[in-house]
Structure formats: structure tokens, C-alpha cells
Design a protein around this ligand. Structure first.
Ligand code: SF4
Length: 346
């Protein structure tokens, strides 16, 4: 089977791709969504999908078309029925057309994962359009994995949209109009989300984590220097922050892990390891290496996490930069020792 999967965004694709791969089916992702407005939203969803598909090594085709004018012209006379009359068919039709012209024999769509979409109508339209182009339509009720997919997307730090896509659904988000989710079948059950560990980038109010960050770096002044320009990531366990990391760009090839700290009651549970793995996945398409400066005591931990290349030592770093003596267990800290991890071959 050569499957082209119309894909509306990265979060909706997570469960569909994982599930198809379990079945031994490798989809090619097809981005064609002229219904996403405004442009900043269109770009955020498209770029997130680009990065995600690259990270998970799935083939992806991007048909760029920010179709605001065309979309509005076609839906304005009957806004109530815009989804089934224009938005679904235009995307499915273009997917089928591309599939036919490029040697695919089957199509499907990630629209089938959303309990907020008109599932039965999408199924019927996809069947009809596939038939018209002499293709097969692969149907799965991906909705069962909607919650699992969303939880995974949050864990991966993917951009998650707040509304369906068009400017009318964006209005509906704020004014609460126009939208009642379709009824699910009576015997319908979502697959349970098995774990509740999430990692996300915190863009606002990073100072709220200062107290925790001070456990790894006891100088407020030093933390403030890198916190404002750095990126802060929070790993939550059942919604409680358990591990925090701050990174900072050094140059176009290098990202530095400036601070990583796990809350006392969560230590020895592998959270820091999880956070590092997440950061590596997040940065591997943008940087060549990640560096970390550490005390002697922590070198074995970082080497285990593949920071296995010695970079440099800054002599007397802790003596010169901190007002008081810094201790790490029994060690009085003096030098800062840098190790790096190759992000391209890891
Ligand atoms: S609400 Fe969603 S599916 Fe309906 S027209 Fe808008 S973007 Fe398309």
C-alpha cells in the first residue's frame, strides 16, 4: 500500500502515524490546509509539522497555500455548512489529486482523529473522492486515540492550536458561538492515557521557577543572566513541576544546557534523563552539539547521557563568580568543566 495521509497539524498526526506504524503501514504526510487563518497560525502549525515529521523520520510533502481569499469567497454564503460543503472536500480532493499524480494508491486523513469534526461526513466524502480518482480510502476511527495523541503531543512540546482553523472558528473560540461537538457513538470509548508526564516550553513568567533553579545554581544574579535569554522547559508529573531545565544558544551550532534541576521528592526516578532526551530531540535539527558545564561530581551522570566529549575547564570559575563557597555534596567547587554531546549522530 502506498498511502498519502492528508494531515491538518502535528498533534493530530501523532496518534495516526504511531497507530499506522504499529500496523506496519508507513504513511506519507501531506500538508494542504488553506483553511488555517491568520497567517501566523498557519505558519505555526505548518512549521511544527515540518519539525515533527523530520524528528520522527516520516516522509512529508508540504503544499503551501495560505488560501484566505479563496476560502472566504467559497464559504461566505453559507457559513453554517462551511465544513462539509467546502473545507473538508477541498482538502480531500487536493490530496486525492496529488496521490493520483504521484503514484499513491490509497488516501486517508488525520481529520478522522478529532471528536470535534463531523466524522461520518468526512468518511463519506473521503470514500467518494477516493473512488472518483480510482484510489482506495483507508478508514480508521482514529478518534479512540485522540486523548492519547494529545497527551503525547504535549509531552513532545508540539504546538497545540486553540481552535479548528478558519477565521470563523477562531471567532467561535472567543465568542462561544457556532459550535457543538458532534455526538460520539453510544458505545464509544477513548483509549486511556497511560502516563501523565509532560514536558513543555514555558514562555511566560519563567521567574516562578527561580526557587527550584537556585538548588542547582545558588546565585540569583547568575540565573537572571541566562534566564531572560534562555529557553525554560518544565517536566510535570501529574501536573506538578518535577524537573526544570534552562538552555541558552551559544552560536549557530551550539546550545548549552545551563541549568537542570529535579525537585527533591522526584529525584532518582529518571526525570532528568527524560528531560535531557527531550531536549536532544528538540534541538537536534537546529544545532550540532549540546554542551554542559559541571562540577567533578556530576561528570559520570552527564557522560552516561552521552555528553562524552571533554571540551574545556574554566579554572576557579566558582571562586571567581560566586560570593560564597559553593559545595556539591562534600566537594568544594572550584573549576567548571565542560563536556559536549553530539546532536547529529545521537
Ligand atoms: S471550522 Fe474547521 S473544518 Fe470547519 S470550516 Fe473552519 S477550519 Fe474548516
Amino acid at each position: 500500500m502506498k498511502l498519502l495521509m492528508h494531515t491538518c497539524c502535528a498533534p493530530c498526526s501523532v496518534y495516526c502515524i504511531e497507530e499506522l506504524r504499529v500496523e506496519g503501514i508507513e504513511p506519507t504526510v501531506y500538508w494542504y490546509n488553506p483553511n488555517i487563518h491568520p497567517y501566523t497560525e498557519y505558519k505555526a502549525r505548518r512549521d511544527c509539522l515540518k519539525e515533527y515529521t523530520k524528528n520522527i523520520n516520516v516522509e512529508a510533502i508540504f503544499e503551501d497555500n495560505y488560501g484566505l481569499d479563496e476560502f472566504c469567497k467559497n464559504v461566505v454564503c453559507d457559513l453554517q455548512n462551511r465544513c462539509q460543503d467546502y473545507c473538508y472536500p477541498v482538502r480531500l480532493e487536493q490530496t486525492a489529486k496529488y496521490a493520483k499524480e504521484h503514484g499513491f494508491d490509497t488516501i486517508t486523513t488525520t481529520l478522522l482523529v478529532s471528536p470535534y469534526q463531523k466524522h461520518d461526513i468526512i468518511k463519506r466524502l473521503a470514500e467518494e473522492i477516493a473512488k472518483k480518482y480510482g484510489l482506495k480510502f483507508l478508514y480508521r476511527d482514529f478518534r479512540v486515540g485522540f486523548k492519547v495523541g494529545q497527551a503525547r503531543a504535549r509531552e513532545l512540546g508540539l504546538y497545540i492550536q486553540k481552535y479548528c482553523g478558519c477565521i470563523f472558528s477562531e471567532r467561535g473560540r472567543y465568542l462561544g458561538e457556532d459550535f457543538l461537538p458532534p455526538k460520539l457513538p453510544e458505545d464509544f470509548e477513548f483509549l486511556p492515557v497511560k502516563h501523565s508526564i509532560n514536558i513543555k516550553k514555558e514562555r511566560d513568567n519563567k521567574e516562578q521557577y527561580l526557587e527550584l533553579l537556585l538548588e542547582a545554581d545558588p546565585s540569583k544574579e547568575m540565573i537572571n543572566k541566562y534566564l531572560s535569554n534562555g529557553e525554560l522547559f518544565v517536566l510535570t508529573n501529574d501536573d506538578e513541576p518535577a524537573c526544570i531545565a534552562v538552555t541558552i544558544k551559544i552560536d549557530d551550532d551550539t546550545i548549552e544546557l545551563k541549568n537542570i534541576v529535579t525537585k527533591e521528592n522526584y529525584r532518582e526516578k529518571g526525570f532528568a534523563k527524560k528531560m535531557i532526551k527531550y531536549l536532544v530531540d528538540n534541538y537536534k535539527t537546529r544545532y550540532k552539539k549540546m554542551i554542559v558545564g559541571t562540577t567533578e561530581n556530576n561528570i559520570p551522570f552527564y557522560v552516561k547521557q552521552a555528553f562524552d566529549k571533554y571540551e574545556k575547564t574554566i579554572k576557579n570559575y566558582f571562586v571567581d563568580n560566586y560570593d560564597k563557597e559553593i559545595k556539591d555534596g562534600n566537594l568544594i567547587c572550584t573549576d567548571l568543566i565542560y563536556y559536549s554531546r553530539d546532536l547529529k549522530n545521537n
